[in-house]
Design a protein around this ligand. Structure first.
Ligand SMILES: [Zn+2]
Length: 638
C-alpha cells in the first residue's frame, strides 16, 4: 500500500496479504470442506451500513470464529472491528449466546448445539467517513462503495485461509454497476453470485460498485486482459484524459518488459475518484484498489503527485504478492506478521514504481529527478535517523502507519518506502558499474520476481534468498551493502545512488516541481531544507525539525504561527521573510499561539529559500538517465 501521510512526497499506503509459502490461491482449498456461504446486502450502503449473513459449517461443541485482524495489504493488526455491529449467532433456528475473547478482541467463542451441522451468523458493518487517521471503513458515499470482503465476514479458527472456501453473493443498490477481479458465476438484477473462492483470494479481491462507472480496456485483444475500471461520484469525472490512458497502456507494456511474466489471470486497476472515501492505494494479486480525490485527473498538481500510484500498486502484483517476505506470509489473518523485509516489499516497490512512472511517461525524467531530490532532502534532514534505524522503521511499521504527522522527523515514520528509493537506486547503479553496463536491477527483477505465468501464487523469500539472487546478477557483498544502510544511525541519508548515477543534490531558491505541486495540493509550506519547518496554510506547525533553526528558536509541532516580521501569517509572508533574511542581519521574528499563550520567537537564519534539485555531474556516466529510459521504445524518452 501507499502511505498517504508519508513524510516525503509520495503518499500512498500499501499494506498486503497472507498465505503460506509457494501455494496457489485459486484451487488450494480442501475439497472435503463445505463452503461457507456469505450473502452481503449492500443496498443500504448510501446509509453507511452493510448487512451480511453467513452460514458456517460446524460440528456440535466449542467453536471459535475470527474477524480478520492482520490484513495482507495493511501489514498491521488493524481489521476494523470497532465498526462491527449487530452480531447474532443461531443454529437450527435458535439463537446461540456468544462471547468475545477477554484478550483477543478478534476472537468470538460459542457452543454449537447438538444436532447442528452449521451456524448462521448475522452481522452489520458500519461505514465511516475519511478522517485524520487511517480508517479503511471510509469506503463509501451516496453514489459508490468499495467492498472489502474482510469487513463483512468471520471464519473458523484453526484452518489455513487458503483451505476455507467461501461462496459469496452481493446485492447492490438498484442501478449500481460493479467491477472486480473476482470471477462471477451469475447475475440476476442487482444480485451478483460469485464463483466459490478460497478465503485468502476473496479478501484479496475487492469489489468497486456505484452509479457512475466506466471500463477502459488497456490491452484489447491480448492475453491476459488488463483494464482500467473507473468509479466516481459524478459522471463528469469518468472523462479520463486520452493521453493518460495512453500512459497507462505504456505502463502495462513497460511492466511486461521489466518482469517478463505475470501472476494473474486478468488485472483490474480499480480507480475510484471521490472526495468521500479514504485516499489509498492497496495492492492485490489481480487488482489494485486506487482511490484519489475526484479532481485528481483534471488538476495538474494532484495528477503530478498521484502519477506513481498505478506503477506502485501494479508492481506489487510481482513484488509483495507473488514474491513475499516469509514474515508477511501468514497462514491466516490472525497470526502476527513481521515487517523486517518491508524495505523490499514496499521499498523496492517504491523504487520500481518510480522508474516505471518515468518509463511509462507519467513523469518526465526531469519530474522524476525532482521527486528523487525531494526524497533525498527530506531524508537528509530527518532528525530521528540518529536514534532509529531504517530497519526499525520497517520492524515498527504496524505502529508507525498510525502515528501522526506531527514530530515525524524526530519520530521517523514509514521511511522504508522513500529511503529505499535511494538504496535500491544505489543497488541498481552498483550492478551497472560492476558489470560495465551489461546488467542492471532489471535483470534481478526478471530473475527474482518473474517465473511461470498464471494464476495467483505466493513464493516466499528470506534476506538470504534476496542476497543470493542479487549475487546471481552481479557478485558483490550485498549483505554488507544492505545491512550497513539499514542499521545506520548516521545523520545523513544514503546518497551514493544519486552521485554514482551521475548527479548530485543541490539547493537553491527555485521551487522544486514536486514540492510546489505538494504545496498547491495540500496547502502546506515545506521549509525542510532551510529552517526545518513544515507549516499548514493556517499557520499550524506540523513539524519543526530538532537541530534546525526553527526548532532552535523555540518552535514545535502543535504551535500555530500567527505573525511573521510584524505581518499576519501567510505562507507567502513567511517565504518573503526567509528570502529577505539573506540580505538582512536581523533574525526572522515570528509570533505563535502556543496552547492559548502568545509567544515571540526569533529565528536566526540568513541563507534564503532552499529547495532541492539534482544537478548533473559532468564527466560521469549518466546511469540515472539510462534507468529512466523506456524498455519498450527507448527512443521515445523525453
Ligand atoms: Zn505499496
Amino acid at each position: 500500500m501507499i502511505d498517504k501521510r508519508r513524510t516525503i512526497s509520495v503518499r500512498w499506503i500499501c499494506v498486503c496479504a497472507l498465505l503460506a509459502a509457494s501455494c496457489s490461491l485459486a484451487g488450494a482449498q480442501n475439497p472435503a470442506a463445505r463452503p461457507i456461504t456469505l450473502s452481503v446486502d449492500a443496498t443500504h450502503a448510501p446509509q453507511k451500513i452493510l448487512h451480511a449473513e453467513l452460514q458456517i459449517p460446524a460440528s456440535p461443541g466449542p467453536l471459535t470464529l475470527y474477524y480478520p485482524k492482520w490484513l495482507p495489504a495493511d501489514h498491521s493488526p488493524d481489521g476494523p472491528i470497532s465498526n462491527l455491529a449487530g452480531l447474532k449467532f443461531s443454529a437450527q433456528g435458535k439463537e446461540i449466546p456468544w462471547q468475545q475473547d477477554d484478550v483477543d478482541m478478534y476472537s468470538f467463542h460459542l457452543d454449537v448445539p447438538k444436532g447442528a451441522d452449521s451456524v448462521d451468523v448475522h452481522l452489520d458493518f458500519l461505514l465511516s467517513a475519511p478522517g485524520p487517521i487511517i480508517d479503511f471503513a471510509g469506503s463509501g458515499s451516496s453514489k459508490l462503495l468499495i467492498l472489502m470482503w474482510h469487513e463483512v465476514l468471520l471464519y473458523p479458527a484453526g484452518v489455513p485461509a487458503n483451505q476455507i472456501t467461501f461462496h459469496p453473493t452481493l446485492q447492490l443498490p438498484a442501478g449500481w454497476k460493479f467491477n472486480t477481479s473476482l470471477p462471477v458465476s451469475s447475475q440476476s438484477g442487482n444480485t451478483v453470485i460469485f464463483a466459490p473462492v478460497p478465503l485468502d483470494l476473496l479478501i484479496d479481491s475487492p469489489v468497486q460498485s456505484g452509479e457512475f462507472t466506466r471500463v477502459i480496456p488497456l490491452t484489447p485483444g491480448e492475453k491476459p486482459p488488463h483494464e482500467l475500471d473507473v468509479l466516481a461520484d459524478d459522471a463528469w469525472a469518468l472523462d479520463i484524459p486520452p493521453e493518460l490512458i495512453e500512459s497507462y497502456k505504456k505502463l502495462v507494456a513497460e511492466a511486461g518488459a521489466l518482469y517478463q511474466s505475470h501472476h494473474y489471470r486478468d488485472y483490474h486497476f480499480l480507480l475510484t475518484l471521490s472526495d468521500h472515501t479514504i485516499g489509498l492505494g492497496q495492492e492485490h494479486h489481480e487488482s489494485s484498489d486506487d482511490r484519489v480525490p475526484e479532481h485528481t485527473l483534471v488538476d495538474p498538481s494532484k495528477r503530478l503527485l498521484e502519477a506513481g500510484l498505478f506503477p506502485h500498486e501494479f508492481t506489487h502484483s510481482w513484488n509483495g504478492q507473488y514474491r513475499r517476505p516469509v514474515g508477511l506470509a501468514t497462514p491466516d489473518f490472525q497470526q502476527p506478521m513481521k515487517g523486517e523485509l518491508l524495505w523490499v516489499y514496499e521499498g523496492l516497490t517504491t523504487y520500481l514504481g518510480t522508474i516505471l512512472t518515468a518509463r511509462s511517461g507519467l513523469w518526465t525524467p526531469a519530474e522524476t529527478r525532482e521527486y528523487i531530490a525531494t526524497v533525498a532532502s527530506s531524508l537528509d534532514h530527518r532528525a530521528g535517523r540518529t536514534w532509529r534505524s531504517l530497519q526499525n522503521t520497517a520492524n515498527a511499521a504496524q505502529v508507525l502507519y498510525f502515528a501522526p504527522s506531527e514530530w515525524a522527523s524526530y519520530r521517523r515514520g514509514t521511511d522504508f518506502y522513500a529511503e529505499s528509493v535511494l538504496i535500491w537506486l544505489e543497488a541498481d547503479v552498483t550492478i551497472r558499474s560492476q558489470t560495465q553496463g551489461k546488467r542492471s536491477l532489471d535483470d534481478f527483477c526478471r530473475a527474482f520476481l518473474g517465473g511461470p505465468d498464471g494464476a495467483p501464487v505466493i513464493k516466499t523469500y528470506t534476506f538470504d534468498d534476496l542476497v543470493a539472487a542479487l549475487n546471481q546478477v552481479a557478485p558483490f557483498d550485498w549483505r554488507t551493502f544492505f545491512r550497513a544502510r539499514l542499521e545506520s544511525v548516521d545523520p545523513h541519508a544514503p546518497l551514493g545512488g544519486i552521485t554514482g548515477g551521475g548527479w548530485r543534490v543541490v539547493y537553491n531558491d527555485e521551487a522544486n516541481v514536486i514540492g510546489a505541486a505538494e504545496q498547491e495540493s495540500s496547502g502546506k509550506g515545506d521549509f525542510t531544507s532551510s529552517i526545518g519547518l513544515i507549516v499548514k496554510s493556517d499557520g499550524a506547525i506540523e513539524d519543526a525539525i530538532p537541530g534546525m533553526p526553527a526548532n532552535q528558536s523555540g518552535l514545535s509541532p502543535y504551535m500555530k504561527i500567527v505573525g511573521v516580521n510584524g505581518h499576519q501569517f501567510s505562507l507567502e509572508d513567511l517565504k518573503r521573510a526567509l528570502q529577505n533574511a539573506k540580505t538582512n542581519s536581523a533574525p526572522i521574528s515570528v509570533i505563535v499561539s502556543n496552547t492559548g499563550s502568545l509567544e515571540t520567537h526569533e529565528i536566526a537564519y540568513h541563507e534564503g529559500l532552499r529547495y532541492p534539485h539534482l544537478e548533473r555531474k559532468e564527466g560521469t556516466s549518466d546511469h540515472l538517465d539510462d534507468i529512466l529510459k523506456p524498455l519498450v521504445n527507448p527512443s521515445s524518452a523525453k
